[in-house]
Design a protein. Sequence first.
Lengths: 231, 137
Amino acid sequence: MKQSKDPFEAAFEEQEDSPPESPADASADARQNPNSSIAAHSSQSQPQDQLQLPHDDNAKKGPSQFTPGSGSGSANASASGSFTATAGAGTGMKSKEEEEEEEEENMDVELGKFPSSGDPDKMAKMQAILSQFTEEQMSRYESFRRAGFQKSNMKRLLASITGTQKISVPMTIVVSGIAKMFVGEVVETARIVMQERKESGPIRPCHLREAYRRLKLEGKIFKRPMSRLFR
Amino acid sequence: MSTAGGGSSSKPRAASSQPSETSSKRKRGVFQKELQHMMYGFGDDPNPLPESVALMEDIIVEYVTELVHKAQDIGSQRGKLSVEDFLYLIRKDLPKLNRCTELLSMNEELKQARKVFESDEEKLRKVFEVDNQLNDE
């Protein structure tokens, strides 16, 4: 569990300070910081807003995952502060988080899509939500953010499918992201199924199969167009 | 008598030479640990059932396989797979598309920052060495 901020949050915060049109601005900020951070690096002091890039173990699960700034599951001010830095990006994440929460609170999942307003708005919203999390919700949220497919495993899988083609790193990242969201869709649909059947407890394979069937009906699962006789 | 089915034996080399039979020859539980955390994060029990995790892994592997095959169909003219093929495939699915573009832009950002960091480290090291030389004299 890491105490220091991870590079994503630091990079994002720097991006905040000088509103950039290009990564050049963000790296201009970064230039000042790593100089001081290198001196402090050996003593591992509190690197609050410095890029700790050699920390690749932070991104162990793939650079696609944000890791929360604080190690423990409880939401304190610093945790919510660091969360706000990471939460500002991406509409896709926001819709997932909203679904996740609604499911926690009133078991009523809507797969709504929220438009990306300005970043400060979203971060303020995120912070407000995060500060009210119970401990169980916080730990679940932490798992949600941290979990991801191992890059090496995904690479091996992709290579075996394509027949040992050269798999680039961005491709691994994209496929891991898509796969993770797909897991989310299946699990959430399975929870809906369980709710309809009024069952509780861990998800069983029968729920997963029913969820998969429903997703297939919705057309979210790629199937080879075998025979299109009767649509 | 050697049986190739069942999936209990892991033969990654055989899998790479016969791409159509990878599903039967792949090691089970490749994604097991991460999948457990992921399913918990998305709403399952803190300890998901092992058979659920195994089924989820099969579903994911099949999904990725289909995805890659479709991408290959699309990108076959170019001769090799590219990231844009995947992005084209998920264009209808807005959350996934946004997430992927976000991931890619973050990756770019990190790469840029890393480059700057390393060049700075180089500069500092040189300055350090020059200082040392001056002090030694």
